[in-house]
Ligand binder design. Structure first.
Ligand code: AMP
Length: 210
């Protein structure tokens, strides 16, 4: 796929602690024509848990830890290639919306040849008690075993602080936008779209009118 001769996917990253609403925002954005949403956690959850990779996912996620970078990026690459090949994602006319990947600086480096990061939306919510409340609610509704235990929730927060948050430094500058994730999902979406509409890449897509 994206070798040096090929254009990188024009990408928006949604970053935030577990429970900050990444998935919700990604899902809504992905419903709008010319945005293509990919949630890495969903790709992992779609794996057959009897396969070695599926087992690996259960092993790490049940502890609130990240799956190792090499297998994660390889899985992501295989998945996005499939989407391009089936024309579900059309890189010439779509923006890619990634949630849950890259999840640390090493993954960001490994994906540098594949994605051109236009904006990083940091869904910021310092109130961890509120995030934990959202996760417990989701655990019941969506059967998410990794959100069901208090110890795993706390470990997911710790993993986010230690491994994922440094990505903000990696992409530091105008590309990073802080969004108040304690707002209603509608307001968060309004804020994100306000920034997206200003992007030259997005305006170019609009002009193509496909
Ligand atoms: P999420 O649905 O994004 O909260 O992801 C659920 C779990 O899947 C995480 O706690 C990790 O164990 C695993 N996971 C998802 N995305 C990644 C990633 N980019 N790198 C490593 N592990 C991941």
């Amino acid at each position: 796929m994206a070798d040096s001769a090929k254009a990188r996917f024009r990408t928006l990253l949604i970053l935030g602690a577990p429970g900050s609403g990444k998935g919700t925002q990604g899902l809504v954005l992905g419903q709008i024509p010319r945005f293509h949403h990919l949630a890495c956690g969903d790709v992992f959850r779609s794996l057959d848990t009897r396969t070695p990779l599926g087992q690996k996912f259960v092993q790490y996620s049940s502890r609130g830890e990240l799956v190792p970078d090499d297998v994660t990026v390889a899985l992501w690459r295989a998945n996005i290639t499939q989407r391009v090949d089936s024309h579900a994602f059309k890189p010439e006319i779509d923006l890619l919306v990634l949630d849950g990947i890259p999840r640390n600086v090493e993954q960001a480096r490994l994906m540098e040849a594949d994605i051109e990061v236009l904006k990083v939306f940091h869904l910021s919510c310092p109130d961890r008690a509120e995030l934990a409340r959202r996760l417990r609610k989701r655990a019941l509704k969506d059967n998410r075993f990794d959100d069901a235990s208090e110890a795993v929730i706390q470990n997911r927060f710790a993993t986010y602080e230690a491994e994922t948050k440094p990505i903000l430094e990696h992409y530091a500058g105008a590309r990073v936008v802080n969004i108040d994730a304690s707002q209603s999902p509608a307001r968060v979406m309004h804020d994100i779209l306000g920034h997206v509409l200003q992007l030259p890449a997005w305006q170019e897509i609009e002009r193509m009118n496909v």
